[in-house]
Design a protein around this ligand. Sequence first.
Ligand code: UDP
Ligand code: MG
Length: 245
Amino acid sequence: MSPMVKDEDVELSLVIPAYNEEQSIETCVREADEVLARIGRPYEILVVDDGSTDGTFDRLRSLKKSVQRLRAVRFRENRGQTTAMAAGFEHARGETIVTMDADMQNDPADIPLLLARMDEWDVVCGVRTSRRDSFTRKASSAIANSVRNRLTHENIRDVGCTLRAYRRRYLLRVKLFEGMHRFLPTLLKLEGARVIEVPVNHRPRTKGANKYGVANRLFKGLRDLYAVRWMQSRYMRYEVKEEIE
Ligand code: UDP
Ligand code: MG
């Protein structure tokens, strides 16, 4: 892309939360940059460093010399994945926001597939059809997905896949709380967003450590579930029948 593109021209923002991902962040950003450059729309790659204590931010600093469309925001301390994503939504300049993990489990080659559906949909969620995680992780996700869907009257197949595309104006309408990125499709539906799921590739984590254990994900997730149910039941809806002015 031409170096003449101005900030206000950015249409597409790729938001990547990263916590202690020094081993993968460089390849992740380069890989994404190649895919995005081919799409031919003005873009930015915005990495939110969620208070990493390793060399993640140093890698970003040196990466900036060769990846011109890279931006990075660094938290003082670790605040969690949803918080990092929300900061990304606030700092992003594009009307279309794509999110992706920093550990290279998502495949940026899928981004054009997500974007292709954005003409008719407001949120396009990836579904990891052949997920490359351990049996325990996959089994616990399957249980959590089914409980969540039942209790929130949803049919989201894969809440844990963060490879998604969103129209930014819907994202800015919801008040997020830590943990809520898993419920984003449901919360955005409440705001009237049209949500669809598409199959995406998934790769094993070969570098760095997983940030969640089975137990902390499951129990935190269940607590959040009640908050989402409450929000659904209290969501303010009305239709004006008549008006006198
Ligand atoms: N992450 C983050 N803050 C945290 C935990 C995780 O920004 O406190 C990031 C992490 O660096 C990665 C993404 O969120 O880019 C997903 O984390 P992970 O790969 O460990 O989770 P999983 O693939 O199991 O969902
Ligand atoms: Mg991962």
